[in-house]
Design a binder for this molecule. Structure first.
Ligand code: GCU
Length: 412
C-alpha cells in the first residue's frame, strides 16, 4: 500500500472519481426540506451535528464570562489615519491560561464600523511594521523569511506579512480590521493536544479530545467567536457587521466559525481548499487522506474514517457553505492553486445555492465556473483570480466590494 505522501495527486478532471453528493435539502431520514422552517428546525441542526461529529469535532460552549483588557490604544495610528487598539482576551479562568491578543484598526469616525475579523499566521506584529504592536508570545513556526528563530519572534518579524494586510486601504474604505494570532488559541503542530486551549476543557482523567471532539481548526474557529464576543461589546464596532475572513487553513477556520456562530454577518474564505470550500469527494489536489496524514491535529479523529472513503462521509463541503446561509458568503480561489481545487471550491458554492434560494435570498448568480477575474459577487459569491495561493491587496478590494454590497448596506 502506498503511503499518503507517495500517492498520485489528482490534477486532471478526467481522473476525478464519479460521485454523488449528499443533498443539503434532504434530511437523514429522507424527508425533503421544502421550507425555511424545516431547514432551520431539522436540517440545519442535523448538518451541524454531522460536521461536528465527523469532520471538525465539537467545541465547548462559550465561557460564561470572558475577561477583556484593553492594553494599548492610539488615536494616531497609520500616520494619523486610523485608531489602533490592542486587547487581551483571557480564554479561561486560569491566570496562566491562553490569552488571545486582538489587534484592531479602526477608521476615524464616530460611527460603529463594520469589521473584518481574521486570524493571522505569524502574530499581530507581522501584519504591520509598528513598534507599538506586541510581539507574539505563543509558539511560532520557525521561518528565516518571517524572522522566527527557535519558535520565538525576532524584530525582523515586524511587518513581515504586510503584503497580505493592506490595513490603510481597509480603514480608508470605512472598515475596521480585527486580527489575532491563531497560535494564541492552539499552536499549529501535532502535540496530541497537550498545549493550547484543549486541556482546559478535558474532563477528569482525559488527556486528549475524544474522536468527535474539537481538533485545531474547531479550536481556532472557537477563538474567532471569542474575539467576536469582545467585538460585539466594543462601542466603536458594529457588532452586527463582523465578517469572518480567512486564508487557507484559516479559510477553513473562517467557514467553520461562520457555520457554528450565526453572529458572524458574513464569511469570506480565501483558497481554503480541502476541508474548507472544496468538495472532498472530488479528491482533486489535496485529499482527505493527505490532509489527515500531514495535519493529524486539524480535524477530529472521526474524519480519518473517510480517508480514501469520502463517499461514506454523511456530509460534503457544499453543506458547510449551506450552514452559512442565508448570510453572505464569498468563496475565493486562485487559478494556480490547484492543490486547493478551484473547481471543487466553485462546485461547493454551486451546490449550496439551493439552500440560499429556499431561504428566500439570492444564491450563486451563475451555473458555470467563471473565467479568471470575472468575480461573481452575488450574495453567495465566487471568484477565481490568476496567480498563486496567497492573499493580495487586490483580493481585499474584492472582499470590500462584496462587503459593500451585502454587509455595509444591509438594512439595519
Ligand atoms: C497546506 C495544506 C492546506 C492548507 C495550506 C495552508 O498546503 O495542505 O490544506 O490550506 O497548507 O494553510 O497554507
Amino acid at each position: 500500500m502506498l503511503h499518503a505522501q507517495q500517492e498520485k495527486v489528482i490534477y486532471d478532471e478526467a481522473d476525478v472519481p464519479k460521485f454523488t453528493l449528499p443533498d443539503p435539502l434532504v434530511a437523514a431520514d429522507g424527508t425533503k426540506i421544502e421550507s425555511a422552517q424545516t431547514w432551520n428546525e431539522i436540517r440545519r441542526p442535523e448538518l451541524l451535528k454531522l460536521f461536528e461529529k465527523d469532520v471538525y469535532g465539537k467545541s465547548p460552549a462559550a465561557p460564561d464570562k470572558l475577561s477583556f483588557e484593553v492594553i494599548e490604544t492610539s488615536d494616531d495610528a497609520l500616520a494619523g489615519k486610523a485608531r489602533r487598539r490592542q486587547v487581551a482576551i483571557r480564554l479561561t479562568d486560569d491566570p496562566e491560561g491562553p490569552v488571545l491578543n486582538l489587534l484592531v484598526y479602526l477608521p476615524k469616525t464616530d460611527q460603529p464600523v463594520p469589521t473584518f475579523m481574521t486570524l493571522n499566521f505569524f502574530g499581530n506584529a507581522s501584519i504591520q511594521d509598528d513598534p507599538a504592536i506586541q510581539l507574539p508570545k505563543s509558539w511560532l513556526r520557525n521561518s528565516t523569511e518571517k524572522g522566527v528563530d527557535d519558535h520565538k519572534p525576532t524584530e525582523k518579524l515586524r511587518g513581515a506579512s504586510t503584503s497580505r494586510w493592506p490595513v490603510e486601504m481597509i480603514v480608508e474604505n470605512g472598515y475596521g480590521l480585527a486580527t489575532a494570532y491563531y497560535g494564541d488559541i492552539d499552536p499549529d503542530f501535532d502535540d496530541k493536544f497537550q498545549n493550547g486551549i484543549h486541556p482546559y476543557f478535558y474532563e477528569d482523567g482525559q488527556t486528549q479530545p475524544k474522536p468527535d471532539q474539537w481538533g485545531s481548526i474547531a479550536a481556532w474557529a472557537w477563538g474567532m467567536s471569542r474575539a467576536l464576543d469582545y467585538l460585539q461589546q466594543d462601542k466603536e464596532i458594529d457588532g452586527s457587521k463582523v465578517i469572518a475572513m480567512g486564508h487557507s487553513r484559516l479559510g477553513k477556520t473562517a467557514l467553520w466559525a461562520g457555520a457554528t456562530d450565526p453572529r458572524f454577518a458574513a464569511v469570506i474564505s480565501n483558497n481554503s481548499g480541502c476541508g474548507g470550500a472544496a468538495l472532498s469527494r472530488r479528491r482533486f489536489g489535496e485529499s482527505v487522506k493527505r490532509i489527515n496524514t500531514s495535519f493529524p491535529h486539524w480535524f477530529c479523529d472521526n474524519f480519518t474514517k473517510y480517508n480514501h472513503n469520502e463517499d461514506a462521509c454523511p456530509v460534503d463541503q457544499h453543506e458547510l457553505i449551506a450552514l452559512v446561509a442565508p448570510r453572505p458568503c464569498l468563496v475565493c480561489s486562485a487559478e494556480e492553486d490547484r492543490w486547493a481545487d478551484p473547481h471543487g471550491e466553485f462546485l461547493s458554492a454551486h451546490y449550496a445555492s439551493p439552500v440560499y434560494e429556499l431561504l428566500g435570498v439570492e444564491g450563486l448568480a451563475i451555473d458555470e465556473m467563471p473565467k479568471v477575474d470575472q468575480p461573481v459577487l452575488s450574495r453567495l459569491g465566487y471568484v477565481v483570480r490568476p496567480g498563486k495561493h496567497d492573499v493580495l491587496a487586490s483580493d481585499w478590494q474584492r472582499y470590500m466590494q462584496f462587503a459593500d454590497a451585502h454587509v455595509m448596506k444591509k438594512a439595519e
